[in-house]
Design a protein around this ligand. Sequence first.
Ligand SMILES: Nc1ncnc2c1ncn2[C@@H]1O[C@H](COP(=O)(O)OP(=O)(O)OP(=O)(O)O)[C@@H](O)[C@H]1O
Ligand SMILES: [Mg+2]
Length: 281
Amino acid sequence: MSSNPEPSYLSASSSGPSEYDGSGDEPSTMLLSLRGISKNFGPVQAIQGVNLDVPAGKVTALIGDNGAGKSVLIKTISGIWEPSAGHIYWKGDEIHVHTPRDATDLGIATVYQDLALCDNLDIVQNMYLGREETKFAMLDEIKMELSTNQLLKDLSVSTVKSVRQLVASLSGGQRQAVAVARAVMRDSQLVIMDEPTAALGVSQTHQVLQLIRTLSSRGIAVLVISHNLNDVFGVADRIAVMHLGTLCSSGPISNYDSQSAVELITTGHSSRVPSTLVASP
Ligand SMILES: Nc1ncnc2c1ncn2[C@@H]1O[C@H](COP(=O)(O)OP(=O)(O)OP(=O)(O)O)[C@@H](O)[C@H]1O
Ligand SMILES: [Mg+2]
């Protein structure tokens, strides 16, 4: 990969969607919009009637208590589960995401908490696992190594000493960075992360939050699940709160503070938040 021009997976959209007013009425202006999404597992209603808008180039934090339905919701976006009811819109057009491959092809990359990296392989091998570059029927190691170096540089990941290091020797934050880099390698326009900082220390958390800001500054939408409100208020542009399987409030972060966020997480209501941001099921 050449260092110039800017790689396509990081290019900002010039005609990004307009700012959302919280009413949830305009799916066409959003990168991703969910309307009335429900998911049952037999008699268990995991999520119900979720309306959520995710704009390009913004960080949306998805918060809520254990079992609120956050992971199930992102799995319906990333093709793990098909919703039992509801509609998903991508750039205003309705889509049907049947498999993870469908999501990847659209430009939706998901980084799960268990990361699925191979400890016994180095960073380059992990980045290209299953999609290796070849030249004259041989692995093109030089191309893959240069591309990996360039990608980590583009993402401002500076703490990795060598891309030939085994993943087993990386810190939690560095592993998270490799997983994100792997996810955005293919023209991703939306990166979904399920609790990316849950197992990390202070400085590693800082690195991952920086990486999230780098993605959004390049025009990529980020949807991140977090239980850490400090992280949420440090990195997010928007908040979406789930409570008992429903999305109880969502909108620009300026409308929330940690007290209202805690109230919404624990009770599903807060008098401190404008009623326009309360999503109706
Ligand atoms: N495969 C499944 N089969 C049956 N029920 C499920 C399944 N996956 C999730 N659920 C149920 O759906 C509900 C929401 O679970 P989910 O994993 O989305 O919670 P969460 O908000 O991600 O919680 P946490 O913060 O603990 O990760 C829970 O009641 C859970 O038991
Ligand atoms: Mg979860």
